[in-house]
Design a protein. Structure first.
Length: 382
């Protein structure tokens, strides 16, 4: 306000001086005609228009600057959170989690449909964040949504922005959950071919703007490079650097992490059906062997498993999830008949005074988006 007052004073002084000079000329030309009291009205109106234009311009510049700084800060946090991670699924889960936090997206997904095993990470944020990792060929429980969206993005060849899905006739048959209204879909390309897709959505139409698209494009190139390294197995060995250099992350006694796991296997007709309980018991025993302290693993909904991780914060959770997945892969590698067993996994953290029962209710909906009993895909972390 001090700068604005100084500018206003200078402009007003110029206008007053010009007005006095103009009236002095008039007085000399009209036999001492008195100064008109309203002579400055037009000049003051001009000043108000000038200062309002100045104020609006400064406001727009400041808003754009704040958005750019926020976007750069978000990208930095993403890079910083994965810089020492080697497991590709853990890297992807951290990227999805950061996007939900920093871009204010209601939904984020990383989909890799052309890999040997389809990989899809879906994160959703409403009351709290919840991330689901699975190998199904659908997004938000809808195969039609995934197929149509990826087809449009592939044809577009760049970041596809749909301002309102309800105005696109291609999606007339899709029953969208509340978190989908405006959508960004970026193909992640390798060798000029889509190797995957980064998808963001929000419950409001026209939510995303140019800064979102700009940062998402940069992030997409970054993910493509990580995917290429993962394909080639050329990730450097950081184990000798981690000792004494990795930032210490302490347990949070008020946090309780939950990981839900279910398993399926193709039947004789190619449909994926739940794994038999005997095999699930074997997997449970294998995972129990890597648990620490007061961590426990229980049956959930008959043939599913729930790993309860007391004291594990959101910073520690991705590492624990990686260990759980590795225990499953170790079990699957034991025999030839287990190679087709698929793992679907979801996880979240309940902290401080949050409602654990509500988190489990949300987790159940997220893990079973195809269920007819629930009409909406909802979730979050905080």
């Amino acid at each position: 306000m001090e700068i604005e007052d100084r500018i206003r004073t200078q402009i007003e002084a110029i206008l007053i001086n010009d007005a006095k000079n103009f009236n002095e000329i008039k007085r000399m030309a009209s036999d001492d005609e008195p100064l008109d009291a309203e002579v400055l009205a037009e000049e003051r109106n001009l000043y108000n228009r000038i200062i309002n234009s100045y104020r609006n311009a400064v406001s727009e510049v400041n808003k754009l600057l704040e958005e750019n700084i926020a976007s750069l800060s978000s990208f930095y946090r993403i890079v910083d959170s994965i810089k020492e991670k080697r497991d590709f699924q853990e890297i992807c889960s951290r990227i999805v989690d950061c996007i939900l936090q920093d871009f204010n997206a209601d939904y984020c997904s990383l989909l890799f449909p052309d890999s040997d095993n389809i990989l899809c990470l879906e994160g959703i944020c409403e009351e709290r964040r919840f991330i689901r990792i699975h190998t199904g060929d659908n997004l938000l429980g809808s195969k039609e949504f995934e197929q149509e969206l990826t087809r449009m993005a592939k044809e577009h060849g760049d970041c596809l922005y749909i301002e309102d899905v309800y105005k696109e006739s291609q999606f007339n048959t899709v029953d969208f959950p509340g978190v989908v209204r405006s959508v960004l879909c970026l193909p992640i390309t390798l060798c000029n071919q889509p190797a995957g897709y980064l998808i963001l959505s929000h419950s409001l139409p026209k939510f995303f703007h140019d800064n979102h698209i700009r940062v998402i494009r940069i992030l997409g190139s970054f993910i493509a490079h990580l995917r290429l390294l993962h394909y080639n197995g050329n990730m450097p060995d950081l184990s000798i650097l981690k000792a004494g250099s990795e930032e210490e992350v302490s347990d949070n006694p008020d946090a309780n992490a939950v990981v839900l796991l279910n398993f399926d296997v193709p039947d004789s007709s190619g449909r994926h059906v739940p794994l038999n309980r005997e095999s699930v018991c074997e997997i449970r025993s294998r995972i129990r062997g890597i648990l620490e302290g007061k961590e426990s693993i229980l049956f959930y909904m008959d043939r599913e498993l729930m790993v309860f991780l007391p004291g594990v914060s959101s910073d520690l959770l991705p590492e624990r999830v990686r260990c759980i997945r590795e225990a499953f892969y170790s079990w699957r590698a034991g025999r030839e008949d287990r190679k087709k067993v698929r793992l679907n996994l979801g996880f979240s953290v309940c902290e401080e005074d949050e409602d654990l029962s509500r988190m489990l209710e949300i987790a159940s909906v997220v893990m079973h988006p195809e269920s007819d009993e629930e009409s909406e895909f909802i979730s979050g972390d905080e």
